[in-house]
Ligand binder design. Structure first.
Ligand code: 0L1
Ligand code: MG
Length: 263
């Protein structure tokens, strides 16, 4: 980010401290209704840069959000959004997620892509995405908007790095060619009861389409995906709220399952 204005610094501090102090805040656009989506991505970049300096985090990949028509309609928008994954967001199946460090967490079932090659450009296709992918795996993203009651505009959620908090990837990684990624069924249970069902078709028709869209957006900012990146391609169902004591398991056709426990 070039030299930041005092307004940008103030908003970044506002979002950074809300997450650090596990405190929900009113949305940024209440005070700054004039912010544009372009400025929101610049604020996101500034927020992530601050985390890299203060929390010594490193970028490990990217995430897609608002990839389902249902969620876009709910928010009155017709585009997806993207953010970054950092190493401090990576959680493990065998390590309980700490509820005390989250404001109002929700779980989303997603397909994770592990990039085997760099990928950048405004004209790359779904085929390029698949060719550049080494493995796919089942994943759960934990989202935790910093905004009160999970209520925000597109600008707010982009600035807040698309509500990202944690993510867990299952241990079974397979080649993207060995499964029909456009038609993966999924069942997510909470404490043994079905909480959500969905399909990868809900992710802009195909998760590779969602990633293609993100690569095009990144290209406009002179960026791309890197070999070794983990990409969360978008939620296959609505997000499920959870609390301490809850366990979540997402089972995907042909991809296997991933689980998490919240302490
Ligand atoms: O990962 C997601 O799909 C979440 C994007 C932001 C919207 C939300 O927090 O529900
Ligand atoms: Mg998500």
């Amino acid at each position: 980010m070039p030299l930041m204005t005092s307004k940008e610094k103030e908003i970044i501090t506002y979002l950074y401290t809300a997450e650090r102090d596990v405190r929900e805040v009113v949305k940024v656009t209440d005070d700054y209704p004039e912010l544009t989506i372009q400025e929101a991505y610049e604020l996101q970049e500034g927020l992530l840069a601050r985390k890299m300096v203060e929390n010594r985090t490193k970028r490990v990949g990217a995430k897609l959000g608002l990839t389902s028509k249902a969620k876009q309609e709910m928010m009155g928008v017709n585009e997806a959004i993207y953010g970054e994954l950092h190493n401090d967001m990576l959680a493990y199946e065998w390590e309980p997620v700490n509820r005390a460090k989250l404001i109002h967490p929700k779980a989303e079932p997603e397909i994770a892509f592990l990039m085997g090659k760099d990928l950048q450009g405004a004209d790359i296709t779904e085929k390029d995405v698949i060719n550049a992918t080494k493995y796919v795996a089942p994943a759960v993203e934990i989202i935790d908007s910093r905004y009160k009651d999970f209520k925000f505009t597109l600008v707010d959620v982009v600035a807040d790095n698309c509500s990202s908090a944690k993510f867990i990837v299952g241990s079974k990684w397979i080649s993207p060619d060995s499964v029909d990624l456009g038609n993966v069924g999924m069942v997510m249970t909470k404490n043994g009861k079905v909480a959500a069902t969905g399909s990868s078709a809900a992710v802009l028709g195909h998760p590779a389409t969602a990633i293609t869209w993100a690569v095009h957006q990144l290209a406009a900012r002179g960026k791309g995906l890197k070999k070794g990146d983990i990409i969360l391609s978008g939620a296959m169902s609505g997000a499920i709220a959870f609390d301490s004591g809850d366990s979540i398991i997402a089972e995907f056709d042909n991809l296997g399952s991933v689980s998490m426990f919240c302490k």
